[in-house]
Design a protein around this ligand. Structure first.
Ligand SMILES: [Zn+2]
Ligand SMILES: [Zn+2]
Length: 330
């Protein structure tokens, strides 16, 4: 994520809706990736959720038929609003989603909404378990992706739930943004791999994707394959090639976003971050993540980057890097 500035020159953050120096009301324009002053440009208006308790600081083109911004309108189902905690949960989920959408715009990845394509366009359902509601058929909600539709269990927005689940599942990393980046990976597999020239290379690198159900049942019954670290970014990635793909994809987005932040703060050189040489980028990434972890330990925090990248994982990341660069120029 890059840094942003108010018209007065003061540094502001992606989430800000007001400048702390000159007090201008600000909005983020996703078309230009800049911060603008509210009501100053007649071709722009604020997202309809700006003054809603959920809040959103993005702008919409005045002539857009939608009341909501590019990010908010991707949500098809919001958590039940008669439960007070759900307003806060929805807020947390939208907050992460704006960062997710920023990455697509930044990387030049195509996004087709479900409204544009009712069969396989992108939409989000933020749902909760309905165990106590006898009227609802599907009572237990699983976070997942199906044909462009991403379902997120709203409890993932609660820190206590997420940490508990992370420990139960013996995971080292679990965040809302991470979930979104993973699930969107399945969406992009459908869009960029399945029917494309990249498909044979995918199979060669990640493996054949037959027997999905069986592989997942095996994973939940017997755990990850031994020595999964040698070939996969996470234990879960070893469950099946599709999950390996989504985990690696999410990791690629983590890397590109964090490298952009580090470049903008001049922690790493601009020339390196714009380099086409993927191994050079990985070298910088390694140094940066060592530093991130060390800084956090100084603050008594756990490692924000509990990963180590094996040679085979780097090869997979490079494949995604090439794919993204290809779809950008297309
Ligand atoms: Zn200002
Ligand atoms: Zn919005």
């Amino acid at each position: 994520m890059r840094r942003f500035h108010c018209v007065c020159g003061h540094e502001v953050f992606f989430e800000d809706s007001k400048c702390s120096s000159c007090h201008s009301l600000l909005g983020f324009n996703p078309e230009t990736l800049t911060m603008v002053v509210l009501n100053e440009d007649p071709t722009l208006r604020a997202c309809a959720l700006r003054n809603h308790p959920v809040g959103c600081n993005w702008m919409v083109a005045e002539d857009d038929d939608h009341e909501q911004c590019r990010s908010c309108r991707l949500t098809r189902t919001v958590p039940q609003q008669n439960i007070p905690i759900n307003v806060q949960r929805w807020k947390v989920l939208e907050y992460a989603k704006r960062r997710l959408v920023y990455s697509f715009i930044m990387l030049g990845l195509p996004v087709v909404s479900r409204e544009q394509d009712p069969d396989s366009g992108l939409a989000f359902d933020f749902l909760e378990d309905q165990r106590t509601n006898p009227l609802v058929k599907k009572r237990v909600v699983y976070t997942g992706h199906h044909n462009g539709l991403i379902t997120l269990h709203v409890s993932e927005a609660d820190d206590a739930y997420r940490v508990k689940t992370r420990e139960q599942m013996n995971e080292s990393y679990r965040t809302v943004l991470g979930h979104m980046r993973h699930e969107i990976g399945h969406y992009y597999w459908d869009k960029l791999i399945r029917d494309s020239v990249w498909y044979p290379r995918f199979r060669h690198m990640f493996g054949g994707e037959e027997n999905y159900r069986e592989s997942m049942d095996n994973y939940y019954a017997y755990g990850p394959v031994p020595n999964w670290e040698k070939r996969h970014i996470s234990a879960y990635a070893s469950a099946h090639p599709w999950e390996d793909w989504a985990e690696t994809w999410a990791h690629y987005l983590h890397i590109m976003d964090t490298l952009e932040t580090a470049t903008d703060f001049e922690v790493i050189h601009r020339s390196t971050s714009h380099s086409r040489d993927f191994h050079l980028l990985m070298g910088e990434w390694r140094q940066l993540t060592l530093m991130m972890n060390a800084l956090n330990r100084s603050m008594g925090q756990r490692d924000p980057y509990p990963f180590s990248l094996s040679r085979q994982v780097i090869v997979k990341l490079r494949f995604i890097h090439q794919l993204v660069a290809g779809s950008e120029s297309a």
